[in-house]
Design a binder for this molecule. Structure first.
Ligand SMILES: Cc1cc2nc3c(=O)[nH]c(=O)nc-3n(C[C@H](O)[C@H](O)[C@H](O)COP(=O)(O)O)c2cc1C
Length: 370
């Protein structure tokens, strides 16, 4: 009750200040104390205590990793981290769409830069080495005015991969001009090679650190097919589907719908889940070994379950936490356990990818398999 009350008041603040206060509260230990919920999940050598993570953008500078664990998330993706610190776009740049349970942001990779993040990660890893119970992905992207963006990816993976349980290559923020061009075959191959070169040059003893590619929801099925093919050829571990969308549905109600930037939250659910399902089908058909992290509009156990039914190995969220507050991961993971019990599911892999259509998946998540 108290956390609902606090969330209600924090939501009265401007979104960026609300976020700052949330991070401060977490740093000072002002958060719920929860018992761990376990839904053990394994991807290659990565063992997750549960499959729900916090998406990139929440802990941009790796400041509250341990606190996110105590909120019952199974992993955190820190970043996006760029080589140099960056202010980002002019404020205001984050907008709530209350009526739509959504956010539009045009932050533009505001972060304190690689060196500061590295220090934070170094300190965190003294107590919790790579492979510890709570996993940490590091999301990397180039500076806006960089003269060589490929080099940025290389420097970032060279410096940060030793602290990462996985690296997430961000080619999909809509707020860094032309970043999404990296979805094109020629560029994508070069981006992946840059990250791999960085890992080879790094102090990382694990040269096989998993590498995920975070993609945009606004791509065609042909684009997706070629991204998957290249990812498989280049030994990418998997895809994160998806980042925010630049498209606006007519159905949006909030006056803020006209703001420029990436839309996240409830209106992104169907779009990102359709792409996830399509990716799962392409991977299955071709027998590729690629894992899928699903993100976009997850707000309760049903939407998380639907993502698993459509092919997700892991799930992430961001926007719904700003609406629902710090108990959300606890609620979703407990809810997932009860849905699994209802459907006699012992391991989420038993149902993963069993449904193609997100709307049907949602119906099953609500009513069970009948
Ligand atoms: C305020 C805000 C900042 C974000 N910053 C990043 C970022 O730095 N890097 C990134 O890869 N994604 C970023 N995202 C996108 C999220 O990680 C996620 O892909 C997207 O919001 C969809 O998930 P959701 O509907 O659960 O929010 C951001 C999202 C929001 C709302």
């Amino acid at each position: 009750m108290i956390w609902k009350f606090i969330t209600f008041f924090v939501r009265k603040l401007d979104p960026e200040n609300a976020h700052k206060i949330t991070l401060l509260a977490l740093k000072f230990g002002l958060h719920p104390r929860l018992q761990q919920v376990e839904i053990k999940t394994k991807i290659k050598n990565l063992e997750f205590s549960n499959p729900l993570g916090i998406a990139a953008g929440f802990d941009k500078n790796a400041e509250v990793i341990k606190k996110i664990h105590s909120l019952n998330f199974g992993f955190s993706e820190v970043g996006t981290i760029t080589p140099f610190s960056q202010y980002g776009n002019l404020k205001p740049r984050v907008f709530r769409l209350e009526e739509d349970k959504a956010i539009i942001n045009r932050n533009g990779f505001n972060n304190l830069g690689m060196i500061k993040a590295k220090k934070k990660l170094e300190k965190y890893r003294i107590k919790f080495p790579v492979g510890s119970e709570f996993l940490v992905g590091i999301n990397i992207g180039p500076n806006k005015d960089s003269l060589d963006r490929f080099n940025d990816y290389e420097i970032l993976s060279e410096n940060l991969s030793e602290f990462a349980d996985y690296i997430a290559i961000n080619i999909s923020s809509p707020n860094t001009p032309n970043l999404r061009d990296f979805h094109e075959t020629k560029h994508l191959k070069k981006v992946i090679m840059s990250v791999k070169n960085g890992i080879l040059k790094s102090k990382n003893s694990n040269l096989k650190v998993p590498v995920f590619l975070k993609i945009a929801p606004d791509i065609t099925s042909n684009d997706l097919e070629s991204i998957i093919k290249i990812s498989s050829q280049k030994n990418i571990t998997g895809l994160i589907i998806s980042n925010t969308t630049i498209k606006r549905k007519k159905k949006l109600k909030s006056p803020n719908m006209k703001e420029l930037g990436g839309l996240s939250g409830a209106p992104l659910f169907l779009k990102s889940t359709r792409l996830l399902s399509l990716a799962n089908q392409i991977i299955k058909k071709n027998n590729y070994k690629l894992y899928l992290i699903a993100v976009g509009g997850v707000s309760d156990c049903q939407s998380a379950y639907a993502k698993i039914l459509c092919g997700a190995h892991l799930i992430q969220l961001y926007t719904s936490m700003t609406y629902e507050g710090p108990l959300i991961a606890n609620k979703i993971t407990k809810g997932l356990l009860s849905l699994m019990k209802r459907d006699n599911v012992i391991n989420i892999n038993d149902i993963r990818g069993s449904v193609k259509n997100p709307e049907i998946a949602m119906k099953i998540a609500i009513n069970g398999f009948k």
